[in-house]
Ligand binder design. Sequence first.
Ligand code: GLC
Length: 538
Amino acid sequence: MRFYASLIPFLTLVTSFTAVGQSTQKTWWKESVFYEIYMPSYADSNGDGYGDFKGMEAKLDHLQKLGVKGIWLTPFLLSPKVDNGYDVASYYDIDPVYGNTDDFKNYVAEAHKRGIKVIMDMVLNHTSTESKWFKEASKGKDNPYRDYYIWRDKPNNWESFFGGPAWQKDPLSGQYYYHKFDVKMADLNWSNPQVVKEVQEALRYWLNLGVDGFRLDVINFLTTESILTDNPVKEGKQEHQYDIDQAGVKDAIQKIRAVVDEYKDRFIVGEIGSDKIDILKQYQSPGLLDVVFNFNFGSIPSFSTKRIYDELQSMENNMPGYPTLFFGSHDMPRIMDRLAGNDPEKALALAALMLTAKGIPFIYYGEEIGMRNTIAKTPEEMRDIQGKTFYKLAIDAGKNPAAALVEGNDHNRDKSRSPMQWDSSPFAGFSTRQSWIPVNSDFDSVNVERLQQAPYSILNGYKQLIALRNSEKALQYGRYKNLQLSNDLLSFERIYKKEKITVVINFGKGMRKIQPGKKLRILYGTDVLVENGVAIYK
Ligand code: GLC
């Protein structure tokens, strides 16, 4: 079963209506399809088993052909990599595993030459305990860096998001320091103006080096005004009520925004650790973040057309401006397993939705070839700190190793972190040796080289859909009309000025006939929709 794609030049304008209330200010990021690169896993140029800048530079042509206009790089700053770079040891130094500052500059310059912007992940909630700041702070209560972190004589009941308590005793002073994540990731004290100043300087450094913006990690976790209040516990589970979204967070974000606004045309997307749209939308406003990662699609655990439709409606009704559109990331299982049942056509139908709906699409590396989950068969195979922590907590709680492995794997984020599959050569063309995390065994058939030669492959489908989104203002800026779901047929119109694009996606089983209207021209797909078929008309 397959559907053909044809881009027919636009001949007849369809409509007689004009759009209302479109105060759409144009900016590059509203017109861009973004692509997330998980740094250790994309392309290794020097055979050490880790991705690096030179490796990524050699693969920029792939991204140009794919049509993406923005790249989000996960953290590449100096780090002991307890959490693969989300534990930053210096805000100025590039981790040698990824290259040096010149490699970074070359990469950005080469991306810019290809019309692709680069945003970097900034982790400002915490630093590694290996950072100079924390090492100094641990020397004693009088150290000038002591107040860069959060210390208490007695811990409260707050728990770490990776499991277990969020406080660690410092043997020297007897005080406890606060860590929302791993014990080796200490939370910064954002009520200390010196911390704010240091962070602002670091942001300027990278903006001066040419980054086009930032993805701000867990940015609604920054401040801790309610530190005297315990979190409520319901049915044995802690609710993260007082440790996130605190009174000072917006003020802190404003201070970040102010620095970014010293530069022209830069973009900030914030990761807001919350699935409550009321909370999320508060941060997406002028003076704060351009967009936030709203986990509408991202948190769908298994496939349901109704759920997808509801989430689309919810984004439309609740998110001001532009929502972000993504099904996967380095923290979630891959779309292919979670939602598409290992059916590349279904994965492409989901991609069609992501690339035609209203919002900013973020593709996670490997989605364009239909990469699958990787599952640890033993605890030793687990690389992710979250998976390892939950495994250990389960063992400590008396579970048997098999049950603990299940528990660990439930939380293990390695699933979506296996090396990018470039070709059929040993190690999938990612590296010349065994990588930090094993390559998926299907790499011989699922890889870029092979799929680009197959006209109806998922990869070529992604290319066509992205090309369409890049060329059609209605897909970038259009408002919705007639967003509806009928018998697993999801459809909507995007309207911009005098243009109208109609999108129809068949998530159901079997053939469906549709009558798009005489004056409509097909841009992509078939006029009779097969299962998981997509039709896009103008
Ligand atoms: C974010 C990142 C995740 C990381 C955590 C702590 O949620 O996406 O990978 O572990 O922050 O920095």
